[in-house]
Ligand binder design. Structure first.
Ligand code: GLA
Length: 400
């Protein structure tokens, strides 16, 4: 038996199970909402909430899934192909299924999930869990996939197994983000650019996320409705302009020319996407010139478009945005994520950020009698792997 890295040797009987841990962040989207399934642009960043997926090998042909939140173990064998259960475990099981479909059959494992990403808040707790699980399973299998492949595999797990029709933004940024940067992603071809958040006066700002703590029950179904409306409008546009690849290419002029061929709702949903893509392009310029004033204005215009054309906001969130922009130091605010509740993202002068968060929560409490939460966020790296500490077995204690 070869010596361990510290020069000692251990017998098979006392060898502790070497765990692998993958840590994945959450994300907040600065701009580019519902543009990521029609070839458009998005500008999210990873934020310092985490999902930790710790994977231990086992040797009996089984897979187990546990979470710190639930005192329940899901056990599956290698041949299991059962459908989703409507539980948290659907996310890692969906990832396992996708790996198996690619011909990657992970050895038996125990997968344990912990973390602190707020649920149902629009901060991508599910993508965080998928990516953490995927990277842990890949590491255990000694298999490698590229960033693009991991993100696409996790999106497919969600689309096919969980049956949620999400785009690619969340899984991509959770995998590919870079600390101190936002990620500008072209969702048509998955080319991306890390945009620095510390140029010029932007260096003196902070991203403050405010969780409205409301999630309207329409949310799940409405996402699919919006997606179908956009795909309908996109089909009309492609028909009229055969060279157009998708909505990501369309101009407002082309959309206006097609207005009579689509319903009013489909028209204004598409208008949101076409103008939103233009706002993301403009935001890139604002970030490179370090200009929080223009970036904040773009965020505010994006909120108005998300609220009026895309009809994806709600009274509580509108109150948070309307209040935020009256507070000292706030450059811009908008609803972030899939819509119908969840969080706002605010660009705030750094020295004002604590007072801003306190004032916003106080006003909200007074208006809707709900205690909002605020998170002052720096942009962090995408998912990473690390060896989990060895469990304290006799072997490790003896070597200590
Ligand atoms: C959710 C989806 C994303 C994206 C956003 C809206 O977060 O998972 O793919 O569509 O909504 O921008």
């Amino acid at each position: 038996m070869p010596p361990d890295s510290d020069g000692t040797t251990t017998t098979v009987e006392t060898m502790p199970r070497r765990a692998i841990k993958c840590v994945a962040p959450a994300r907040v989207n600065l701009l580019g909402e519902h543009t990521d399934y029609t070839g458009g642009l998005v500008l999210p960043m990873a934020i310092p909430f985490v999902t930790e997926a710790t994977i231990f090998p086992r040797e009996d042909g089984l897979y187990t899934f546990t979470s710190e939140l639930l005192n329940k173990t899901l056990t599956l064998d290698h041949t299991d192909r059962s459908p989703a259960r409507g539980e948290w475990s659907d996310y890692p099981v969906g990832v396992l299924r996708q790996l198996q479909e690619r011909g990657i059959e992970p050895p038996s494992f125990d997968l344990h999930i912990t973390g602190n990403v707020p649920f149902a808040a629009g901060l991508s707790s599910s993508a965080s869990m998928e990516v953490a699980s995927a990277m842990a399973m890949l590491a255990l299998s000694s298999a490698r996939l590229t960033i693009e492949e991991i993100a696409l595999l996790c999106q497919r797990a969600e689309n096919v197994y969980v049956e949620s029709p999400c785009g690619i933004m969340d899984q991509f940024v959770v995998t590919a983000a870079k600390a101190g940067h936002a990620l500008l992603l072209n969702t048509r071809d998955l080319t991306y650019e890390h945009l620095p958040m510390n140029k010029g006066a932007l260096a003196n700002t902070r991203i403050v996320v405010c969780n409205s703590m409301v999630k309207h029950s329409v949310a799940t179904g409405e996402y699919g409705v919006r997606r179908r409306e956009l795909e309908e409008g996109q089909a009309v546009l492609r028909n009229a302009f055969p060279k157009l690849r998708d909505l990501g290419d369309a101009t407002l002029d082309q959309l206006n020319q097609c207005q009579q061929q689509m319903s009013h709702d489909v028209f204004i949903r598409c208008r949101h996407v076409v103008t939103e893509n233009a706002r993301v392009r403009a935001a890139r310029e604002s970030m490179f010139s370090g200009d929080p004033i223009s970036l904040g204005q773009l965020m505010l215009q994006a909120h108005i478009s998300y609220r009026d054309d895309f009809a994806a906001s709600c009274e509580e969130v509108d109150f948070l945005v309307d209040t935020a922009i009256t507070l000292p130091g706030c450059f811009g605010a908008r609803l972030t994520g899939g819509g119908f509740g969840g969080c706002t993202v605010n660009l705030v002068e750094r020295t004002h950020s604590d007072a801003f968060a306190t004032a916003l929560k106080a006003a909200y409490k007074q208006y809707v009698n709900i205690a909002a939460e605020t998170y002052l966020c720096e942009a962090v790296d995408g998912a990473w792997l690390r060896n989990a500490p060895l469990p304290q077995t006799r072997a490790t204690q003896e070597r200590a």
